[in-house]
Write a protein that binds this ligand. Structure first.
Ligand code: BG6
Length: 481
Protein backbone atom coordinates (compact mmCIF):
# COMPACT_ATOMS: atom_id res chain seq x y z
CA UNK A 1 0.00 0.00 0.00
CA UNK A 2 1.60 3.29 -0.99
CA UNK A 3 0.62 6.39 0.93
CA UNK A 4 -0.71 9.32 -1.08
CA UNK A 5 1.79 12.17 -1.34
CA UNK A 6 0.56 15.75 -1.62
CA UNK A 7 3.27 18.20 -2.70
CA UNK A 8 3.97 21.05 -0.29
CA UNK A 9 4.17 24.64 -1.47
CA UNK A 10 7.48 25.97 -2.75
CA UNK A 11 10.03 26.88 -0.11
CA UNK A 12 13.56 27.97 0.64
CA UNK A 13 15.02 26.04 3.56
CA UNK A 14 18.25 27.14 5.19
CA UNK A 15 20.03 24.53 7.29
CA UNK A 16 22.46 26.05 9.79
CA UNK A 17 25.01 23.46 10.82
CA UNK A 18 24.67 21.85 7.39
CA UNK A 19 28.03 20.09 7.64
CA UNK A 20 27.15 18.48 10.99
CA UNK A 21 26.10 15.00 11.96
CA UNK A 22 22.35 15.62 12.23
CA UNK A 23 22.24 17.28 8.83
CA UNK A 24 24.10 14.38 7.24
CA UNK A 25 22.32 11.59 9.08
CA UNK A 26 18.75 12.87 9.24
CA UNK A 27 17.90 16.23 7.66
CA UNK A 28 19.37 15.75 4.18
CA UNK A 29 18.35 12.06 3.85
CA UNK A 30 14.80 13.01 4.92
CA UNK A 31 14.64 15.83 2.37
CA UNK A 32 16.01 13.50 -0.29
CA UNK A 33 13.35 10.88 0.40
CA UNK A 34 10.55 13.45 0.29
CA UNK A 35 12.00 14.75 -2.97
CA UNK A 36 12.07 11.25 -4.38
CA UNK A 37 8.41 10.78 -3.38
CA UNK A 38 7.50 13.92 -5.29
CA UNK A 39 6.55 15.98 -2.25
CA UNK A 40 9.08 18.74 -2.79
CA UNK A 41 8.18 20.98 -5.70
CA UNK A 42 10.64 21.89 -8.44
CA UNK A 43 12.25 25.21 -7.71
CA UNK A 44 12.56 24.62 -3.96
CA UNK A 45 15.95 25.59 -2.56
CA UNK A 46 17.92 23.99 0.22
CA UNK A 47 20.74 26.22 1.40
CA UNK A 48 23.45 24.84 3.66
CA UNK A 49 25.04 27.33 6.04
CA UNK A 50 28.12 26.55 8.09
CA UNK A 51 31.49 27.90 9.09
CA UNK A 52 33.54 25.84 6.62
CA UNK A 53 34.97 27.67 3.68
CA UNK A 54 33.78 25.60 0.75
CA UNK A 55 32.18 26.01 -2.61
CA UNK A 56 28.68 25.01 -3.61
CA UNK A 57 30.18 22.07 -5.52
CA UNK A 58 32.13 20.94 -2.42
CA UNK A 59 28.94 21.06 -0.38
CA UNK A 60 27.01 19.09 -2.98
CA UNK A 61 29.77 16.46 -2.99
CA UNK A 62 29.68 16.28 0.81
CA UNK A 63 25.92 15.77 0.83
CA UNK A 64 26.19 13.18 -1.92
CA UNK A 65 28.51 11.18 0.33
CA UNK A 66 26.14 11.61 3.28
CA UNK A 67 23.19 10.37 1.22
CA UNK A 68 25.19 7.39 0.02
CA UNK A 69 25.86 6.53 3.65
CA UNK A 70 22.44 7.18 5.13
CA UNK A 71 19.87 6.46 2.42
CA UNK A 72 19.08 2.88 1.43
CA UNK A 73 20.83 1.95 -1.81
CA UNK A 74 17.47 1.04 -3.40
CA UNK A 75 16.27 4.60 -2.98
CA UNK A 76 19.29 6.22 -4.59
CA UNK A 77 18.94 6.40 -8.34
CA UNK A 78 21.50 8.61 -10.11
CA UNK A 79 18.99 10.83 -11.86
CA UNK A 80 16.91 11.62 -8.75
CA UNK A 81 20.09 12.16 -6.80
CA UNK A 82 21.55 14.55 -9.38
CA UNK A 83 18.34 16.59 -9.48
CA UNK A 84 18.25 16.71 -5.67
CA UNK A 85 21.86 17.88 -5.46
CA UNK A 86 21.11 20.61 -7.98
CA UNK A 87 18.67 22.14 -5.45
CA UNK A 88 21.46 22.64 -2.93
CA UNK A 89 23.36 25.84 -2.38
CA UNK A 90 25.88 26.82 0.24
CA UNK A 91 26.83 29.93 2.17
CA UNK A 92 29.68 30.34 4.64
CA UNK A 93 28.40 31.88 7.85
CA UNK A 94 29.73 32.09 11.36
CA UNK A 95 26.60 32.36 13.50
CA UNK A 96 28.15 35.01 15.73
CA UNK A 97 29.88 36.90 12.95
CA UNK A 98 28.74 39.53 10.47
CA UNK A 99 29.74 37.93 7.20
CA UNK A 100 27.66 35.84 4.89
CA UNK A 101 24.23 37.14 5.96
CA UNK A 102 23.77 39.47 3.02
CA UNK A 103 24.82 36.70 0.64
CA UNK A 104 22.25 34.45 2.29
CA UNK A 105 19.55 37.08 1.96
CA UNK A 106 20.38 37.50 -1.72
CA UNK A 107 20.07 33.75 -2.37
CA UNK A 108 16.54 33.57 -1.01
CA UNK A 109 13.42 34.10 -3.06
CA UNK A 110 10.48 36.37 -2.28
CA UNK A 111 6.97 34.99 -1.94
CA UNK A 112 7.87 31.45 -0.92
CA UNK A 113 7.91 29.86 2.53
CA UNK A 114 11.19 30.64 4.27
CA UNK A 115 12.29 28.13 6.87
CA UNK A 116 15.48 28.12 8.93
CA UNK A 117 16.65 24.94 10.59
CA UNK A 118 18.97 25.58 13.57
CA UNK A 119 20.92 22.32 13.57
CA UNK A 120 23.54 23.87 15.82
CA UNK A 121 24.41 24.05 19.53
CA UNK A 122 21.62 25.78 21.51
CA UNK A 123 24.12 28.44 22.57
CA UNK A 124 23.91 29.77 19.00
CA UNK A 125 20.11 29.92 18.72
CA UNK A 126 19.89 33.50 19.97
CA UNK A 127 22.70 34.80 17.72
CA UNK A 128 21.17 33.27 14.60
CA UNK A 129 17.64 34.41 15.43
CA UNK A 130 18.88 37.94 15.99
CA UNK A 131 20.82 38.17 12.73
CA UNK A 132 18.02 36.65 10.66
CA UNK A 133 15.68 39.24 12.05
CA UNK A 134 17.91 42.31 12.00
CA UNK A 135 19.21 41.62 8.50
CA UNK A 136 15.65 41.36 7.26
CA UNK A 137 16.10 37.75 6.08
CA UNK A 138 13.31 36.34 8.21
CA UNK A 139 10.03 38.24 8.28
CA UNK A 140 6.80 37.59 10.21
CA UNK A 141 6.01 34.61 7.96
CA UNK A 142 9.35 32.83 8.32
CA UNK A 143 9.62 29.64 10.39
CA UNK A 144 12.48 28.49 12.54
CA UNK A 145 13.18 24.94 13.62
CA UNK A 146 15.16 24.14 16.74
CA UNK A 147 16.47 20.83 18.01
CA UNK A 148 16.86 19.33 21.41
CA UNK A 149 18.43 19.62 23.89
CA UNK A 150 16.19 22.61 24.52
CA UNK A 151 18.01 23.69 27.67
CA UNK A 152 19.40 21.55 30.44
CA UNK A 153 17.05 22.85 33.11
CA UNK A 154 14.20 25.31 33.52
CA UNK A 155 16.45 28.39 33.61
CA UNK A 156 18.35 27.57 30.45
CA UNK A 157 15.13 26.59 28.64
CA UNK A 158 13.55 29.90 29.65
CA UNK A 159 16.62 31.77 28.42
CA UNK A 160 16.37 29.99 25.05
CA UNK A 161 12.67 30.73 24.80
CA UNK A 162 13.36 34.38 25.55
CA UNK A 163 16.19 34.56 22.99
CA UNK A 164 13.89 33.20 20.28
CA UNK A 165 10.86 35.21 21.38
CA UNK A 166 12.89 38.43 21.06
CA UNK A 167 12.71 38.03 17.27
CA UNK A 168 10.04 35.45 16.47
CA UNK A 169 6.47 34.77 17.51
CA UNK A 170 5.56 31.43 19.07
CA UNK A 171 3.64 30.44 15.93
CA UNK A 172 6.92 30.70 13.98
CA UNK A 173 8.94 28.44 16.31
CA UNK A 174 9.05 24.68 15.68
CA UNK A 175 10.71 22.82 18.58
CA UNK A 176 11.48 19.30 17.50
CA UNK A 177 10.90 16.21 19.59
CA UNK A 178 11.43 13.58 16.93
CA UNK A 179 9.30 11.05 18.85
CA UNK A 180 6.23 13.07 17.88
CA UNK A 181 7.11 12.53 14.23
CA UNK A 182 7.16 8.75 14.53
CA UNK A 183 4.25 7.15 12.72
CA UNK A 184 3.38 4.89 15.62
CA UNK A 185 3.44 7.74 18.11
CA UNK A 186 0.97 9.65 15.95
CA UNK A 187 -1.00 6.47 15.83
CA UNK A 188 -1.44 6.64 19.60
CA UNK A 189 -3.71 9.62 19.02
CA UNK A 190 -5.66 7.72 16.39
CA UNK A 191 -6.10 4.72 18.66
CA UNK A 192 -7.31 6.84 21.54
CA UNK A 193 -9.43 9.40 19.75
CA UNK A 194 -10.76 7.62 16.68
CA UNK A 195 -12.20 4.63 18.58
CA UNK A 196 -15.04 4.57 21.07
CA UNK A 197 -13.75 1.28 22.45
CA UNK A 198 -11.01 2.48 24.77
CA UNK A 199 -12.15 5.88 26.00
CA UNK A 200 -14.78 4.70 28.53
CA UNK A 201 -12.17 2.47 30.18
CA UNK A 202 -9.31 4.96 29.94
CA UNK A 203 -9.23 6.15 33.54
CA UNK A 204 -8.32 5.23 37.10
CA UNK A 205 -11.53 3.31 37.60
CA UNK A 206 -10.52 0.68 35.06
CA UNK A 207 -6.79 1.07 34.48
CA UNK A 208 -4.57 -0.52 37.12
CA UNK A 209 -1.34 1.01 35.83
CA UNK A 210 0.50 2.09 32.69
CA UNK A 211 4.07 1.21 31.68
CA UNK A 212 6.14 3.13 29.16
CA UNK A 213 9.39 1.48 28.08
CA UNK A 214 11.99 2.83 25.66
CA UNK A 215 14.90 0.39 25.70
CA UNK A 216 17.89 0.80 23.41
CA UNK A 217 20.74 -1.57 22.61
CA UNK A 218 23.15 1.18 21.62
CA UNK A 219 25.49 2.72 24.17
CA UNK A 220 26.50 6.35 24.27
CA UNK A 221 29.08 5.70 21.53
CA UNK A 222 30.76 8.82 20.17
CA UNK A 223 28.35 11.11 22.06
CA UNK A 224 29.88 10.29 25.45
CA UNK A 225 31.01 13.80 26.23
CA UNK A 226 27.57 15.33 25.61
CA UNK A 227 25.72 12.43 27.20
CA UNK A 228 27.71 12.54 30.40
CA UNK A 229 26.48 16.07 31.08
CA UNK A 230 22.94 14.97 30.34
CA UNK A 231 21.99 11.40 31.36
CA UNK A 232 18.81 9.50 30.65
CA UNK A 233 16.58 11.89 32.59
CA UNK A 234 17.48 14.90 30.46
CA UNK A 235 18.20 13.03 27.24
CA UNK A 236 15.07 10.86 27.10
CA UNK A 237 12.59 11.37 29.97
CA UNK A 238 12.18 15.17 29.95
CA UNK A 239 11.22 15.08 26.29
CA UNK A 240 10.44 11.77 24.55
CA UNK A 241 8.97 9.81 27.47
CA UNK A 242 7.07 12.81 28.80
CA UNK A 243 5.53 13.33 25.36
CA UNK A 244 4.45 9.68 25.24
CA UNK A 245 3.01 10.02 28.73
CA UNK A 246 1.08 13.11 27.65
CA UNK A 247 -0.42 11.37 24.63
CA UNK A 248 -1.55 8.46 26.80
CA UNK A 249 -2.84 10.53 29.71
CA UNK A 250 -4.28 13.67 28.07
CA UNK A 251 -7.95 14.56 27.78
CA UNK A 252 -9.39 14.43 24.28
CA UNK A 253 -8.71 17.80 22.66
CA UNK A 254 -11.72 19.36 20.96
CA UNK A 255 -9.97 19.19 17.58
CA UNK A 256 -6.72 18.07 16.04
CA UNK A 257 -5.23 21.54 15.96
CA UNK A 258 -1.83 22.53 17.33
CA UNK A 259 -2.91 24.55 20.34
CA UNK A 260 -5.85 22.31 21.23
CA UNK A 261 -3.45 19.35 21.40
CA UNK A 262 -0.70 21.23 23.16
CA UNK A 263 -3.04 22.72 25.77
CA UNK A 264 -4.13 19.22 26.79
CA UNK A 265 -0.57 17.88 26.92
CA UNK A 266 0.49 20.82 29.05
CA UNK A 267 -2.29 20.06 31.55
CA UNK A 268 -0.90 16.55 32.02
CA UNK A 269 2.60 17.81 32.77
CA UNK A 270 1.23 20.39 35.18
CA UNK A 271 -0.79 17.70 36.96
CA UNK A 272 2.27 15.54 37.73
CA UNK A 273 2.90 15.04 41.44
CA UNK A 274 6.43 15.76 42.65
CA UNK A 275 8.43 12.55 42.47
CA UNK A 276 8.95 10.61 45.68
CA UNK A 277 12.70 9.76 46.01
CA UNK A 278 11.86 6.08 46.58
CA UNK A 279 10.05 5.95 43.24
CA UNK A 280 13.18 6.44 41.16
CA UNK A 281 16.00 4.10 40.15
CA UNK A 282 19.04 5.18 38.20
CA UNK A 283 21.41 2.74 36.52
CA UNK A 284 24.69 2.72 34.63
CA UNK A 285 25.92 -0.08 32.38
CA UNK A 286 29.17 -1.53 33.58
CA UNK A 287 31.01 -4.10 31.51
CA UNK A 288 34.26 -4.62 29.71
CA UNK A 289 35.72 -2.29 27.07
CA UNK A 290 33.14 -0.37 25.07
CA UNK A 291 30.45 -2.17 27.04
CA UNK A 292 31.38 -0.02 29.98
CA UNK A 293 29.69 3.32 30.42
CA UNK A 294 32.64 4.87 32.24
CA UNK A 295 35.13 4.09 29.51
CA UNK A 296 32.65 5.04 26.75
CA UNK A 297 31.96 8.43 28.26
CA UNK A 298 35.61 8.95 29.17
CA UNK A 299 34.87 9.96 32.76
CA UNK A 300 35.92 7.30 35.30
CA UNK A 301 34.16 9.15 38.13
CA UNK A 302 30.89 9.65 36.28
CA UNK A 303 27.63 9.40 38.22
CA UNK A 304 25.47 9.99 35.17
CA UNK A 305 22.66 7.51 34.59
CA UNK A 306 22.35 5.58 31.34
CA UNK A 307 19.14 4.01 32.65
CA UNK A 308 16.24 5.35 34.62
CA UNK A 309 13.02 3.88 35.94
CA UNK A 310 10.42 5.83 37.84
CA UNK A 311 6.87 5.80 39.05
CA UNK A 312 4.77 8.89 38.72
CA UNK A 313 1.25 10.04 39.41
CA UNK A 314 -0.97 12.33 37.40
CA UNK A 315 -3.15 14.11 39.93
CA UNK A 316 -6.40 14.74 38.18
CA UNK A 317 -9.89 13.21 38.14
CA UNK A 318 -9.08 10.81 35.37
CA UNK A 319 -5.87 9.34 36.78
CA UNK A 320 -5.87 9.78 40.56
CA UNK A 321 -4.61 6.45 41.94
CA UNK A 322 -3.28 4.95 38.71
CA UNK A 323 0.54 4.88 38.66
CA UNK A 324 2.56 5.37 35.50
CA UNK A 325 5.87 3.52 35.38
CA UNK A 326 8.48 4.82 32.95
CA UNK A 327 11.83 3.24 32.08
CA UNK A 328 14.47 3.90 29.50
CA UNK A 329 18.08 2.84 29.13
CA UNK A 330 20.99 2.23 26.84
CA UNK A 331 22.83 -1.05 26.18
CA UNK A 332 19.80 -3.05 27.13
CA UNK A 333 18.76 -6.50 25.99
CA UNK A 334 16.88 -5.39 22.91
CA UNK A 335 15.50 -2.31 21.19
CA UNK A 336 11.91 -2.01 22.30
CA UNK A 337 9.59 0.96 22.71
CA UNK A 338 6.16 0.12 23.95
CA UNK A 339 3.29 1.26 26.08
CA UNK A 340 1.42 -1.20 28.24
CA UNK A 341 -1.98 -0.38 29.69
CA UNK A 342 -2.98 -2.94 32.32
CA UNK A 343 -6.65 -3.02 33.24
CA UNK A 344 -8.14 -3.90 36.61
CA UNK A 345 -9.75 -7.15 37.72
CA UNK A 346 -13.42 -7.64 36.94
CA UNK A 347 -15.41 -6.81 40.08
CA UNK A 348 -16.64 -10.37 40.56
CA UNK A 349 -15.60 -13.74 39.18
CA UNK A 350 -18.32 -16.24 38.34
CA UNK A 351 -15.76 -18.93 37.48
CA UNK A 352 -14.49 -19.77 40.96
CA UNK A 353 -11.18 -19.76 42.74
CA UNK A 354 -9.50 -22.51 40.71
CA UNK A 355 -9.39 -20.37 37.63
CA UNK A 356 -6.25 -18.32 37.28
CA UNK A 357 -7.37 -14.85 36.37
CA UNK A 358 -5.06 -12.66 34.26
CA UNK A 359 -5.47 -8.97 33.62
CA UNK A 360 -6.59 -7.55 30.30
CA UNK A 361 -3.57 -5.81 28.89
CA UNK A 362 -3.29 -3.49 25.89
CA UNK A 363 0.22 -3.35 24.48
CA UNK A 364 1.01 -0.64 21.94
CA UNK A 365 4.30 -1.49 20.25
CA UNK A 366 5.98 1.66 18.95
CA UNK A 367 9.15 0.07 17.60
CA UNK A 368 10.14 -2.38 16.23
CA UNK A 369 7.34 -4.63 14.92
CA UNK A 370 4.84 -1.78 15.24
CA UNK A 371 1.43 -2.97 16.28
CA UNK A 372 -0.93 -3.59 19.15
CA UNK A 373 -2.01 -6.58 21.12
CA UNK A 374 -4.85 -6.94 23.53
CA UNK A 375 -4.74 -9.79 26.00
CA UNK A 376 -8.18 -11.19 26.75
CA UNK A 377 -9.48 -14.19 28.70
CA UNK A 378 -11.16 -17.01 26.77
CA UNK A 379 -12.24 -20.54 27.52
CA UNK A 380 -9.47 -23.04 26.97
CA UNK A 381 -10.75 -25.37 24.25
CA UNK A 382 -11.49 -28.94 25.29
CA UNK A 383 -13.86 -31.02 27.39
CA UNK A 384 -12.18 -30.25 30.73
CA UNK A 385 -14.84 -27.85 31.98
CA UNK A 386 -14.71 -24.11 32.15
CA UNK A 387 -11.00 -23.44 32.28
CA UNK A 388 -9.87 -19.96 31.38
CA UNK A 389 -6.85 -18.95 29.38
CA UNK A 390 -5.48 -15.61 28.31
CA UNK A 391 -4.70 -15.09 24.64
CA UNK A 392 -3.50 -12.15 22.60
CA UNK A 393 -5.55 -10.48 19.92
CA UNK A 394 -2.45 -9.50 18.06
CA UNK A 395 -2.19 -7.01 15.25
CA UNK A 396 0.98 -6.18 13.44
CA UNK A 397 0.61 -3.00 11.37
CA UNK A 398 2.91 -4.41 8.69
CA UNK A 399 0.63 -7.42 8.25
CA UNK A 400 -2.58 -5.43 8.47
CA UNK A 401 -1.48 -2.65 6.14
CA UNK A 402 0.79 -4.56 3.79
CA UNK A 403 4.47 -5.31 4.19
CA UNK A 404 5.44 -2.77 1.60
CA UNK A 405 3.96 0.12 3.55
CA UNK A 406 6.61 2.77 3.45
CA UNK A 407 6.97 4.20 6.94
CA UNK A 408 8.69 7.58 6.64
CA UNK A 409 11.36 8.61 9.10
CA UNK A 410 10.11 10.99 11.80
CA UNK A 411 12.18 13.83 10.31
CA UNK A 412 10.48 13.51 6.93
CA UNK A 413 7.11 14.15 8.47
CA UNK A 414 8.34 16.92 10.74
CA UNK A 415 10.24 18.91 8.11
CA UNK A 416 7.27 18.76 5.75
CA UNK A 417 5.01 19.94 8.60
CA UNK A 418 7.25 22.98 9.03
CA UNK A 419 6.75 23.84 5.38
CA UNK A 420 3.00 23.23 5.69
CA UNK A 421 2.95 25.46 8.77
CA UNK A 422 1.50 22.78 11.04
CA UNK A 423 2.79 22.92 14.63
CA UNK A 424 0.73 20.03 16.03
CA UNK A 425 3.74 17.71 16.35
CA UNK A 426 6.07 20.34 17.80
CA UNK A 427 6.50 21.38 21.40
CA UNK A 428 5.29 24.74 22.53
CA UNK A 429 7.57 26.83 24.77
CA UNK A 430 5.35 26.46 27.84
CA UNK A 431 5.27 22.66 27.47
CA UNK A 432 9.04 22.46 27.46
CA UNK A 433 9.27 24.73 30.47
CA UNK A 434 6.63 22.74 32.38
CA UNK A 435 8.53 19.52 31.70
CA UNK A 436 11.75 21.03 33.05
CA UNK A 437 9.89 22.45 36.05
CA UNK A 438 8.92 18.88 36.97
CA UNK A 439 12.33 17.34 36.18
CA UNK A 440 14.55 19.93 37.90
CA UNK A 441 13.68 19.09 41.52
CA UNK A 442 14.02 15.37 40.78
CA UNK A 443 17.59 15.89 39.55
CA UNK A 444 18.36 18.32 42.38
CA UNK A 445 17.17 15.73 44.91
CA UNK A 446 19.49 12.97 43.68
CA UNK A 447 22.38 15.40 43.35
CA UNK A 448 21.71 16.53 46.92
CA UNK A 449 21.83 12.91 48.11
CA UNK A 450 25.07 12.30 46.22
CA UNK A 451 23.30 9.38 44.65
CA UNK A 452 25.27 6.85 42.57
CA UNK A 453 23.57 4.96 39.77
CA UNK A 454 23.17 1.22 40.27
CA UNK A 455 25.34 -0.84 37.91
CA UNK A 456 23.64 -3.13 35.39
CA UNK A 457 25.01 -5.59 32.92
CA UNK A 458 25.10 -4.54 29.30
CA UNK A 459 22.54 -6.56 27.38
CA UNK A 460 20.30 -6.93 30.45
CA UNK A 461 16.93 -5.45 31.30
CA UNK A 462 18.44 -2.86 33.63
CA UNK A 463 19.35 -2.83 37.32
CA UNK A 464 17.72 -4.99 39.98
CA UNK A 465 16.27 -1.88 41.61
CA UNK A 466 14.04 -1.28 38.58
CA UNK A 467 12.42 -4.68 39.08
CA UNK A 468 11.93 -3.92 42.77
CA UNK A 469 10.25 -0.61 41.90
CA UNK A 470 7.34 -2.59 40.55
CA UNK A 471 7.63 -5.68 42.78
CA UNK A 472 7.06 -3.62 45.88
CA UNK A 473 3.72 -2.57 44.38
CA UNK A 474 2.87 -6.20 43.52
CA UNK A 475 3.35 -5.59 39.80
CA UNK A 476 5.96 -6.43 37.21
CA UNK A 477 7.38 -4.97 34.06
CA UNK A 478 6.42 -6.53 30.80
CA UNK A 479 9.37 -8.63 29.80
CA UNK A 480 11.85 -7.17 27.32
CA UNK A 481 12.40 -10.03 24.93
C1 BG6 B 1 17.67 11.02 21.01
C2 BG6 B 1 18.60 10.80 22.17
O1 BG6 B 1 16.87 12.16 21.22
O2 BG6 B 1 16.84 9.87 20.84
C3 BG6 B 1 19.44 9.55 21.94
O3 BG6 B 1 19.45 11.92 22.32
C4 BG6 B 1 18.53 8.37 21.68
O4 BG6 B 1 20.26 9.29 23.08
C5 BG6 B 1 17.55 8.67 20.56
O5 BG6 B 1 19.37 7.28 21.31
C6 BG6 B 1 16.54 7.55 20.41
O6 BG6 B 1 15.78 7.78 19.26
P1 BG6 B 1 15.18 6.58 18.42
O7 BG6 B 1 14.43 7.25 17.32
O8 BG6 B 1 16.32 5.74 17.96
O9 BG6 B 1 14.28 5.82 19.36
Amino acid sequence: MVARVIPVESFDLVVFGATGDLAHRKIMPSLYRRWKEGQIPDGAKIIGAARSDMSRADFQAQIETALTNFVAADDLDPDTLARFLAMLDYVMIDARGDDGWDALGAMMREDVVRAFYFSVAPALFGAIAERLHLRGIADRHARIVVEKPFGKDLNTARALNRALAAHFHEDQIYRIDHYLGKETVQNLMAVRFANILFEPLWNAQFVDHVQITVAETVGVGGRGEYYDTSGAMRDMVQNHLMQLLCLIAMEPPHCFEPDAMRDEKLKVIRALDPLHPGDLVRGQYRGAGSDDYLSECGNPASRTESFIALKLHVSNWRWKGTPFYLRTGKRMKSRVSEIVVTFKEPPHSIFGESNQWRENVLVIRLQPDEGMDLRVMIKEPGPGGMRLKDVALDMSFAEALGNDLDVPDAYERLIMDVIRGNQTLFMRGDEVEAAWAWVDPVIAAWEGRDDRPEPYEPGSTGPEGALMLMHKDGRRWREIR
